[in-house]
Write a protein that binds this ligand. Structure first.
Ligand code: ADP
Length: 469
């Protein structure tokens, strides 16, 4: 290794790990996460060794295992910092893993062999059991890198065979003796460990394969989603321009500026005006949604007087409310409450809540808008006595293209996107939106934001002033 020069080129960022790098990372992460579990087993074995075997050689052997553990811990830290998956670091880590594995497997083998050598009769249950546990541990947790697993298991297999042959060489017992029985049992155990390792290895391979498929699938979905978004955005933009002129012309005809509209043409023209308005709303909602999802909706945050904001929004819906015979009352606190927000977007939020309250109310009904301070927050609520929302629809109300009520009850159309967009705008302001509703009784939608200036909270909501529109 000494002859190899270090790369002098600038560091490149490798964000996607290859199969090999993923395995190295998985291996080190798993081995590091089990450090204390391993330490516990080694310590237990050492305590037994101190009592029942030669204490000095037990301590020396334990030190060997301990050094290997320290090296593994350092390797773990190094691998944790390896977040860019640069292949050169990957190769270096693999080299270190190989050396550490050899060291640790040899240290553990020497540890158990030291015990076995000191036992003169009665079999070698204790060292063999420790060796078996270590092999099983390797089978279960080293399967990410097959070469490392094989290296460790071969060293353990050597130790197994050494212990198995130890008594046969030392005592040259008869074939019928228990030493030979132990020897054959060890051969069987070796086969068992090999078989188990293979199963864990296959299991890891399958998991890797599944991860790969999931990753590919997610990339395909992402690509398809981007194409869809692009398509939707292009179509919406392309539709908007001609629609604006169609709608403008129809509106112009309806005003009579282009000449008196014959009576028989009034109904179809009014339907055309209404439908072109619905279409324009849908396109605007789609474009907003698109912008929001692409992270392209920009907000200009500034300090806003909530009372003014609500007054503006209520005023903007006066015509619509009047057409449906709905009475809108505004209850404002006497003092000024301010929030940090984007004026146009918060007006959009209020418009949506107000137009929903109006359109889902009975003719001649009333809608109440209230502003109040709740601690350091400002709450704006819009209450109606309309059709209400059944509890089972709660999950869907803020979803996309959701319309809870059946279409024949619906007085005015909608896109089912309004509340979804509203929620996203409120979220971007760090606010919350929720509602309470009872079918047949009415609904109260409320949004809450942090106050920009937290003045004497005690006065909040005091002296409300009622305005009507
Ligand atoms: P829409 O364009 O249909 O109004 P929204 O996303 O604004 O879409 O609302 C989603 C659905 O939630 C509505 O279609 C309606 O079924 C229900 N909803 C919203 N506000 C109210 C309300 N104030 N009263 C009754 N139902 C409501």
């Amino acid at each position: 290794m000494a002859g190899k020069g270090r790369s002098r080129t600038a560091r490149i960022s490798w964000t996607n790990p290859t199969d090999r790098e993923q395995r190295i990372k998985d291996y080190v992460d798993l081995v590091s996460s089990l450090t204390w579990q391993r330490q516990g087993s080694f310590l237990a074995a050492t305590v037994l060794g101190l009592f029942y075997f030669d204490p000095v050689s037990t301590v020396v052997c334990y030190l060997g295992v301990f050094v290997a553990e320290i090296l593994d811990m350092r390797l773990g830290r190094e691998a944790k910092a390896w977040t860019d998956y640069d292949p050169e670091t990957g190769r270096r880590l693999l080299r270190k893993i190989t050396v550490n594995t050899a060291l640790s497997a040899v240290a553990i083998s020497v540890f158990v062999i030291n015990m076995a050598v000191q036992q003169t009769s009665g079999g070698h249950f204790t060292p063999l059991f420790f060796l078996f546990s270590a092999s099983l541990f390797a089978a279960m947790y080293n399967s990410a890198i097959i070469s490392i697993l094989l290296l460790r298991l071969s060293i353990y297999a050597g130790a197994f065979l050494f212990i198995a042959l130890l008594d046969l060489v030392r005592y040259r017992p008869a074939m019928s003796s228990s030493s030979w029985l132990e020897f054959f049992t060890i051969i069987f155990v070796l086969y068992f460990i090999f078989d188990t390792s293979l199963k864990f290895y296959r299991h890891y391979q399958e998991r890797m394969q599944q991860m790969k498929l999931i990753k590919e699938e997610s990339e395909r979905t992402k690509a398809a989603y981007e194409v869809k978004s692009q398509f939707l955005s292009t179509v919406s933009h392309e539709l908007r321009t001609p629609l604006t002129s169609i709608k403008g012309s129809i509106d112009l005809m309806n005003t009579g500026v282009l000449g008196a509209v014959p009576d028989h043409l009034k109904p179809p023209l009014s339907i055309a005006a209404k439908n072109s308005q619905s279409l324009a709303n849908l396109i605007d909602d789609l474009l907003d949604l698109q912008k929001m999802e692409a992270g392209e909706m920009h907000f200009q945050f500034q300090e806003l007087d909530v009372n003014d904001l609500v007054k503006d929004a209520v005023e903007a819906t006066t015509g619509y409310a009047g057409k449906l015979g709905i009475h809108v009352t505004t209850i404002l606190p006497a003092r000024e409450l301010t929030v940090k927000g984007d004026h146009a977007r918060l007006i959009q939020v209020m418009n949506n809540l107000l137009s929903n309250a109006i359109k889902f109310s009975e003719e001649g009904g009333s809608v109440r808008v209230r502003v109040e301070a709740i601690g350091s927050r400002v709450r704006i609520s819009v209450q109606d006595d309309g059709i209400g929302i059944p509890e089972e629809a709660r999950e869907r109300v803020f979803g996309k293209f959701t319309q809870v009520d059946s279409s024949d009850i619906r007085k005015v159309g909608g896109t089912g996107l309004g509340l979804n967009i509203t929620k996203q705008i409120v979220d971007r302001h760090g606010g919350t939106i929720d509602y309470e509703s009872e079918p047949g009784v009415g609904s109260t939608f409320y949004v809450e934001f942090d106050q920009a200036v937290d003045e004497a909270a005690g006065k909040a909501g005091a002296d409300p002033v009622a305005l009507t529109a």
